[in-house]
Write a protein that binds this ligand. Structure first.
Ligand code: PLP
Length: 387
């Protein structure tokens, strides 16, 4: 690899803006500035772009445009759905004070649940098995008449495991309880129909599939009663105040449209590369162990631990060799706490600190991705001898 050539393998963290998205955003930026709430021509142009974006997102995610709300990203969508749905339910019926989630959720969900605990809610954190799967039986047992909300992620951001959401939704609805899914890692990567899935609420985020960061969305089933998280003006059907991010909405909808159009071919291509990568890493590095489900995982996700290796050092050396990867958790940003996800699947804290997450995106070729294998092999051998 030449000195300046970099290989980006951290698409679960964020993805590069697609060129077509950049073009659509540039043209929106230069041609429109009006406030979509204004009655004049300039404002109405902004309104049209916003609503065209909403229509296109609804088509991509198989739902009604009136069920799509723009937010500032996955974190806000998760906060809004969890805090406001639970608070509304308990206001209607104070006996409904129980929320169920899982032990492997993103901090945006876990911290929203901790906020609810401080407001007097009881939160149940369902365990997962060695692959990170939530068992429908454990959810069935946890659902009591006091439960008002279940929030389970569609796919895990660290180990890539895809949860049996349809089954979990059916069980939850049989008890008349609302279901929210954090679909931030899944939207744009695997086919999602919010109507077929039957969830009441679903979070997604533009920068995970080639759109800009700082914009995302929340699917809220029509006629669902939910108060606002952000109060102020009457934007977003009166539920999410603040002048709309029109250019962001243009970028989000364009990125999703392209991701959905390419999905069947890209899912196949990327998962084939991922499988080759997993096979080559496991066969060439004896201490390597794959985390997450062997089959039910996101197309681009390969997550390993290497016994006896300090993951942070591995990431830094890979960066020097030209590869951008991650540990998948807060460890990569300087925290020494090991991942709650890896601990939940049964790894010891020291194993959990040896993590390497490689997430493949549409810009990666098979050659690019497989070129990392001998580099990991060399670095793992070097770091293991240092113990
Ligand atoms: N939920 C999951 C599963 C994620 O992976 C992320 C981002 O990494 C988020 C929520 C937060 O999304 P955002 O960065 O758009 O706030």
């Amino acid at each position: 690899m030449s000195e300046n050539q970099r290989i980006y393998l951290d698409h679960a963290a964020t993805s590069r803006l697609r060129p077509e998205v950049l073009e659509a955003m540039q043209s929106a930026l230069s041609e429109q500035f009006g406030n979509p709430s204004s009655v004049h021509k300039e404002g109405q142009k902004g309104r049209r772009l916003l609503e065209e974006g909403r229509d296109s997102i609804a088509k991509s995610l198989d739902c009604q445009p009136s069920e799509v709300y723009f937010t500032s990203g996955g974190t806000e969508s998760d906060n809004w759905a969890i805090r406001c749905l639970a608070e509304y339910a308990t206001r209607d019926d104070p006996s409904k004070h129980r929320v169920i989630t899982s032990a492997i959720e993103h901090p945006a969900v876990l911290e929203s649940c901790r906020y609810l605990e401080k407001q007097g809610f009881e939160v149940v954190y369902l365990p997962v098995d060695q692959y990170g799967l939530i068992s429908p039986d454990s959810l069935a047992k946890a659902l009591t008449p006091e439960t008002c909300l279940v929030s389970i992620m569609y796919a895990n951001n660290e180990i890539g495991t895809i949860e049996p959401i349809s089954e979990l939704v059916d069980l939850t609805h049989q008890q008349g309880v609302l279901f929210h899914t954090d679909a931030v890692q899944a939207v744009g990567a695997v086919p999602i129909s919010f109507h077929k899935l039957g969830v009441d609420a679903g979070s997604f985020s533009s920068h995970k599939f080639g759109g800009p960061s700082g914009i995302g969305g929340l699917y809220l089933r029509n006629n669902l009663k939910v108060p606002s998280l952000i109060v102020g003006g009457a934007q977003e059907y009166g539920l999410r105040a603040g002048t709309e991010n029109v250019v962001g909405a243009v970028g989000l909808s364009k990125a999703l449209e392209i991701s959905v159009a390419e999905m069947s071919s890209e899912t196949k291509r990327i998962s084939e590369i991922r499988d080759l990568l997993i096979k080559n890493v496991l066969s060439s590095i004896p201490s390597a162990k794959l985390c997450g489900h062997p089959m039910d995982r996101l197309p681009g996700n390969a997550h390993f631990v290497f016994d006896g290796v300090e993951g942070e050092a591995l990431l830094l050396y890979l960066n020097l060799e030209g590869y951008a990867c991650s540990s998948g958790s807060a460890c990569s940003s300087g925290s020494h706490e090991s991942s709650h996800v890896l601990q939940a699947i049964g790894l010891t804290p020291s194993m959990a600190r040896s993590a390497l997450r490689i997430t493949i995106g549409h810009e990666n070729t098979e050659e690019d991705v497989l070129s990392i294998v001998p580099v990991i092999q060399k670095l793992v051998a070097r770091l293991q001898t240092r113990r």
